[in-house]
Structure formats: C-alpha cells, structure tokens
Write a protein that binds this ligand. Sequence first.
Ligand SMILES: Nc1ncnc2c1ncn2[C@@H]1O[C@H](COP(=O)(O)OP(=O)(O)OP(=O)(O)O)[C@@H](O)[C@H]1O
Ligand SMILES: [Mg+2]
Length: 510
Amino acid sequence: MVSRVRTVAFQGIEAVPVDVQVMIAPGKVNMHIVGLPDKAVAESRERVQAALHASGLSMPSKKVTVNLAPADLPKEGSHYDLPIALGLMAALGAIPGDALAGYVVLGELSLDGTITAVSGALPAAIGANADGKGLICPAASGPEAAWAGAEIDILAPRSLIAIANHFRGTQVLTRPVASVHAPARDLPDLADIKGQETAKRALEVAAAGGHNLLMVGPPGSGKSMLAQRLPSILPPLSPRELLEVSMIASIAGELSGGKLTDRRPFRAPHHSASMAAMVGGGLRVRPGEVSLAHNGVLFLDEFPEFSPQVLDSLRQPIEAGECMIARANHRVTYPARIQLIAAMNPCRCGMAGEPGYRCARGPRCQSDYQARISGPLLDRIDLRIEVPAVSASDLIRPARAEASEAVAARVAMARAIQQERFARLGPQAPTTNAHCATATIEEIAVPDAHGLALLRDASEKLGFSARAYHRVLKVARTLADLDASETVGRIHLAEAISYRIAGERLAQAA
Ligand SMILES: Nc1ncnc2c1ncn2[C@@H]1O[C@H](COP(=O)(O)OP(=O)(O)OP(=O)(O)O)[C@@H](O)[C@H]1O
Ligand SMILES: [Mg+2]
C-alpha cells in the first residue's frame, strides 16, 4: 500500500509541490529514499527511524521505499523528515490514512521525536493556501506560517506524538498566532550629526526616490554615521512589499520568532563577504545579502575594500531588480530590488584633497584606490557626494540639526506622490523613481525649456552615457517631487547634475 503526503521544494521564493510516496512491501529489511535527494534529505532516513522509535513506533521488518516526486526536481534541505515520518505512520496505521490529504507538511525531526524549526514556512503556507490546503509545520515555525491568512488551517505540533494525538482526537492542537515586532523607537537620529548639510540633503533625496548613493570623504567625517541614520527616514514597507521581504527572510531562516516587521531591511555586510554571501548560492542555494536587502538598503561601507568580483556581481541585480543563480542542474531567481548606499575614503591614506595635506605616495595613492571600483558600477550610482571633514566651528558650536522625524515626513510625502503617479500606470509598476523604466521616466519627467537647455549642455560637456542621462532625469523627478512640483525645472536638473559631477573624477580614475 502506498501512502501519500504533500510537501514542497523551494525554487527561489516559490514553493513547488512535491509528493512524498511511502510504500511498505515484503522484501529485504531496509529503507530507501529516491527522487533526487541531496545529502540532508538522504540523512533523513536515520532521523525518521530514530524519531519513530522514540515515539514508541517500531519500524516494520519489511522493505520501505520513499519516493519524492517529481523525480527530476532537486530536493534540498531537512524539511522532508516530517512528511516522510507522517507518511510512514499513515502506512503503519498509527494515524488515519485520509487525515493528511488536506495538508502540506514540512518539518525537521530530532532523534527524540520532537519537531524542530525549518526555513520557508511562510512561502509553504502561502502555496498551501493557494491550493486550498492546510499546513502542518513545526511549532516554532507556526507564528510565521500564520501570516499566510486567517482562513488557512495550520497545525504546529511540537512532536510526532502531539500530531498523532491530534488526529486521534485525544489532544487537539490550537492554531498558532501571527505576531509582529514592536515598532522600533530607538533608531539612531539624524539630529546627532553635526554640520554635513549637503550630505544630509543627499541622504534625504536618496530616501525619497530610492536612489543609489556614494559618499566619499576622509576618515571620521561621519559617512558610516549618516548611512546608519537612513532607516530612520525611510517610509515603512507597504503590505505587498512586507510579504515579499518576509518570504525571502523566511527562506533564509531569518525571521526571528516568526515575527514580522514593517521596517525596511538594512543590510551592511562586511567587506570580506564572498560572492555567494553577496548574491546568493553556496552549497544549498539561499538568498544572498542583495536579496535580503530587497525593498530596503544594502550598505557597503569601505566600498573599495570589497573584492572587485563581488562588487561587479552587483551590477546585474541593481539593473534587473532580481538575481539569478544558475547551477548545473537548475536555476534559481531571488528578488533583489535594492537601494545601494556606499561609503569610501578618497584614497588609501584617506586624506586626498584635504586642505594642507600632502600624501607621500602622490596622486597614485588616490588613483589606485579609486580604480578598484569599476566604471559600470559607478555609472549605476545616481548620487555621488563628497563628505568633507567636519569643521571645528560645526563641531564645537553646531547649528541646531533637524531631527529624523521632520525629514521622514518630507520623504513620506514625496513617496506618496510617486506612488499615486505609478499607481495610474498599472499594478506592476514600480513605486519609486529610481526603479522606474526608462521609457516611463521620459514621459513623467519632461523638463521645462530652461531645464532642457541645461540638460543638453551638461550632457555634451560631461559626455553622459544613456544610463547617466536617464538617471539624472530620475533624480530630477525626485527633487521635483520633494518640492511637490509637477514640472521638472532647471533648479531640479541643476541639483541632479551636480550629484552626478562629483563622481566623474572617480569614474575617470576607474
Ligand atoms: N558630523 C559628525 N557629527 C558628529 N559626530 C561625528 C560626525 N562625524 C564623525 N563624528 C564622530 O566620529 C565618529 C566616526 O564617524 P564615522 O564612523 O561615521 O566616520 P567615517 O566617515 O565612516 O570614517 P571612516 O572613513 O574611517 O569609516 C563617530 O562615531 C562620531 O563620534
Ligand atoms: Mg566608516
């Protein structure tokens, strides 16, 4: 007799249905798992046998075959333990055979029969709901799965015995409750930063339009400080964005306690990060930093210290908004619509361009260091600013700095204008100027006559690439939105071009 249990395999953030078929037949006493299992799935044989034994069920003295169908889909991870164990229990008559028909099952087993947390409970629950099924998942993953919808039936047992008792009706499991993180109130505030008005303005523009930003300046001028204050002025995630962000975090196993938060992700990987850590991949494919920063910020401090290959691997995700990992036998795509914030010193000693300072290594110190960042990557950065050392007068007697709350209100207003405009273009349109398609930006950011003349002159003099031209338009659109102005004027274009020029010297060095 064959018993069947439905589980899932993850492809990107999608949960693809997998059928676990368990057959007990006369023959040599053994247990086989077939259907393209990886090492963790193959090991589940030992865990399942031990867990069943610990739960008071002995394995039959027969041949047990477990097939994971479809056989050509690679199966990765340890979440196949529970469906295999429940399939076996159904085949042995320990639980009613038809009890599992309405459920998708995932979970890992300990040797003592308890069920431990697995990643991906949220996408699995959403997939199950779409199929009109319920979900059986570990107790620790229950709160996360409960976010898939109030109507979906979720069983989150702690052990094999608990689920068997539930089906027998002796101990009924309660539905887990979806929980949220309390909104963070202790984010670092922009008011802590003395001086640096230009940098703060650029940070506001970057937040308002979702633009990429590069800050260049000597050590101790406040670049890292500025970047860390970006989350305090970004608007919260919209419900659709929240779902996407949580699905990626769930696949990566990073939803602590199954709690969701509407704060935008802010990822700041160390510069020793490998390519697999940055864009995803590794032995078991999982989302990289660029995907974990989806709909949020990827902050790369000490930008040139990252390996050049790692930096260049960001070029495709920044442009496409997703990143594709190709393996020998399958391909995985993770969403990766990010805002890149980078900070660097102008040279190795960090003091190039500082008044009254002469570097012993001469101009090479600067050009060698800056050449570590490729031209095409720089081309993707809309705002480039210089962050000079804070002046003594600013340090000792600073002017009153604006708090994050006031800046966040302006950013929220500019974002609302963008959202309204893009909503008219259809449900799949982006929500920020930075991620708007080039054809659309030419429609929505038509400069007035003076602006057009300035743009033409600047493009000729500075030799803008087609991408640079469109990115200047996008920044100008954001500046106009911050002014609540429908037309893009000369003043907006002038500011947008100025953010571009600051980086031209860097591009030349590269
Ligand atoms: N504008 C500023 N206002 C107040 N404090 C500042 C400012 N800039 C720097 N500081 C002080 O200097 C310290 C270092 O700043 P931060 O780490 O942001 O510098 P950085 O520009 O990132 O330097 P590096 O290039 O070495 O990484 C801060 O912790 C803060 O105490
Ligand atoms: Mg720093």
